[in-house]
Structure formats: structure tokens, C-alpha cells
Design a protein around this ligand. Sequence first.
Ligand SMILES: [Zn+2]
Length: 544
Amino acid sequence: MDIFSKNLIPVAMSFILLSACSSENSEQSTKTTSTKNQSSIALSNKAKSSLGKVDLLITNGTVYTGESSDAQSLDLAICGQMICGMYATGAYKIEATTIIDAKGKVVSPGFIDPHTHSLAELLSKDKNENLNYLTQGVTTVVNGNDGGGPVDVQATVNRLNANGIGTNVALLVGHGSIREQVMGRAERFATPEELKEMSLLMTTAMESGAIGLSTGLYYVPGSYANTDEVIALAKIASKFGGIYDTHLRDESTFNIGFTAALDEAINIVDKADIHLHLAHIKALGVDVWGQSKQAIEKVEQAQKRGISISADQYPWLASGTKLRSAVMPKWVMADSKVAFHQRLNQTDLAAQLAREITENIRRRGGPESLAITEFKDKSLVGLNLQQVSDLKKLSVVDTAIWMVQQGDVRVASFNMSPKDVENFMVQPWVVTSSDGTNGHPRKYASFPKKYQSYVVEKKLLDLATFINKSSSQTAKILGLEDRGILKQGYKADIIVFDEQAFAPKADFNQWNKYSVGVEQVIVNGKLVIENEKYQHILAGEFVH
Ligand SMILES: [Zn+2]
């Protein structure tokens, strides 16, 4: 393939944009040195003379634009926050303040993670650089997933701006948060007045730049809502061009069942006329293993009817959650923490509670499949629920009850079948995410893990597909119009990584080790990781 003729148009375009950039550097001399390849590209003298010094040049790299399925030999020029030129490698010598020689390396759009729980870090003073994401190659994260996150989006944006952040962030507004603000953890449907109040909060959040509505219909208090309540709020998100992002009411056989929960989600977006994004798609637990097939068919049938659907997925066989969310019945957790803990000790409820907890543990694959990842008694971290039960000489149920009463307990729940994970992963509508939470390596290593396990080892995806599913496709789903693609006029969120070295370091024994192999990270035109070293530059922005 003749790479130069293929890139003729982008090359010509680059000079138009470069001339705009050069005005910022008017005091600097303009220098253009063409290489031996110049004969393949015709440029007027006028265009040449307008070429100025750019801020950053990434040269000699193997470029995946996020859109194409082919690698291209391109040089990328960056002016300020933008990609201001892309042209055949070496075709022109462009002066730049900083030059990155990416010979032998992959140049890709910065990855976009549509499902994280990193807002607390972004708002903190010591973790706001979001380094566990930057080191995975992630330059934009979404927060407010699973129905959680702040209701007051504007106040959050103000705090983020004042604090400074290492990655870009987009915010969903959580149905569970809105519901809790209006009606606490009441286990009932909303009254018309309460729904009106929720709608007002939803409208304000969308006006403040939220990119859509998230629900966590599996979790308290989202689980107490009926479908109509969600449709009403999704309609508001739709009016503002947002999306509907859902952690399904059931990914297993906890209540209505996995495929019925999928039906509910499709019904919601059909009625609300909005894009459906399925969070961390999975068939959770032994009862629904193999149901990836039915779920995929359901999605495809709905897509044929004109319903817009996508999903994200993290590349691990274990989910991560709180022990109480994993095994406790929802009715026990109603109203308040005090009420919850009282019910756990109530003798008249004990038999029913034991039955339901036992059943929930069975669904997930038994007590051996639940590994403790966070607990106040650190000596129990790393053990599974069966081992803790043996150690404490308590029944499995009593162990679970005892543990949740001690405070927050996080578990890695090994509940997915490899076949289902792979079936979902290859669907054209499924993109990469982390769902990063403490105690689970997905927070530090999801993108390199997917690359190593499914691109390099299993060869389930090729490199371009992996990149596209981690950048441009995600940007499109989220409605981020000028990100996720390497293209002139797009924001310069770019990574350079080594194909051989890009790898996870975190695992279930040590969940919080930084990933390796991403050598350069550029966020909004700023080189924030240089030669794998963080540069202490907070270049992220609130995006919508
Ligand atoms: Zn979730």
C-alpha cells in the first residue's frame, strides 16, 4: 500500500491548521525541510511558507487513528490542545518545541473508560492525577455510574476545576443518588410529587453538563424503583441528547433474571427514545452461564428494530463489590444502616435471612468464589469466605453477617464463565471499561489486561480493534465529539506505547500496582507522562 497517497488529504489539511498555530509562535522562525518522499505530495510554496513551529511532534510512530483498521506511518503535530497536523512520516521536517521519537512504538488515541469509580480520587489532594488510569493509557474517565455519584453536577464540576485533575472526566447523574436525596432509602415506588422533584434535579444535572442518566437497579435504593420512574428520568436525559447507562436490575437470577432485566432496559430506552448503554455486561453466576448467547440475540433484535444499544465490559472473570451487595437480600438493607444491622440480629428473621444469603452465595459459585479484598482485619484479606468461616468456626451465613456488621467488606466475586466473557467481547457494540474499585486489579490494569489476554495471548481481537473499542467507539457512545480519534481538529489526547511492554502488573494478590508499557501520555496537548514518568501536570478537563 502506498502510505503517502493514502494520506494525501490529511497532509494538505494539516497545513491549513498549522498556519493558525504558527501565529502563536510568530517570533520563531519557520522552517520546512522536505525529505526524499516529498515528490509524492504536491504542496504549494505558499502552504510551505505558512508552516510554523508546533508545540509537540510525534514522529516515526505506527499510528492507529481509532477509526481505521490499519496501522499508518504518520507524524502528528500538536498545537496547544489540538492535533493540528497529520502527515506521512518524514515527509516534512517540522520544527517543534518537543519532539517524541515513536519509532517502533504504537501511537493511539488516549483510551476512554466509560465506567469508573474514580471521583473521590479526582476530588482528592493526593490522588487527583488519576495515575492508575494514566498508566493504563486512559486519558478520559466517566464517573457517576451504577446510579451513584453526585446529584449536584455543577458543584462537582466547580470542585474538579478548582482542584485540578490528571485525566479528563465526564459525569453521568445517578438515579440512585437522586432518589435517595428525595426519598431516602424508602422501599416503595415514588409518589407523583417525589417524581416531580426527582425530575427537577435531573434537569438541573443535564443543564450542568451531565452526559446522561445512570441507574443501578440491582442496588439499594435504585432497586426499589419501578420501570416507569426510570423512564420518566430517562426522557429528560434524552431531551438533552444524553444516554441511558444501566447496571441492570439483574445480571443473574437474583430477582427478575438476566434476560428479563435486559428486556426492562430495552423497554426503558424504547419509551424514552434514548441510547442504551449496558454497564459491564456479564452473565453473573452459575445459573446464567451460557446466557451470553440469548443476551446478544436480544440486543441484536432490538438493534434491528432501530434501538441504539452499546455495552462496556471489563476483562476479568471476577466482579468486585461489597459483601453486603453480593449476598444480602435487598429488603434487609432498607431504610437505614441502623435498621439493616438490627434486622441482621432479629431472631424472627434469621431463618429467612439464612435461606436467602445461602442462595445468593450459591448463585455466585459458593463461598470459595468470594475472595475478601478489603476488611478492617487485614489478616482476613486474601482469604475466601469459606476459609474465613473455617477460621472463625462460624457457619458461612453467620460469617457473612458478622463481617458486614464490622464495616465495609469488599469481595472479588469469581462468577463469570470465560466463554461468556469472550462472546461479549467480540461484539461490535461492546467497548472496554474498568469499573475500577478498590481491592480489584481492574482499577489499575483493565486496559493492558485486555490487551495482553485477548489481543496478544488469545488473539481474540486484533490491535486496531482493541484500540478502536477503547477510544473512538467509546467517544461516540458518550457523545464526546472531538475526542477518541487521531484527527486534525481533535483534542490531543494521545498515548504512545510499546507493543511488547504494555502489560498489567496488578492481580488479585496485589490489586494496586501500576501498569507498564505506556511510555508517553498526552492529555489536552500536554505531555503528562514522559518516558513512563509522571510529570506532575494536571491537564485533565471536565468534558461533555
Ligand atoms: Zn455496576
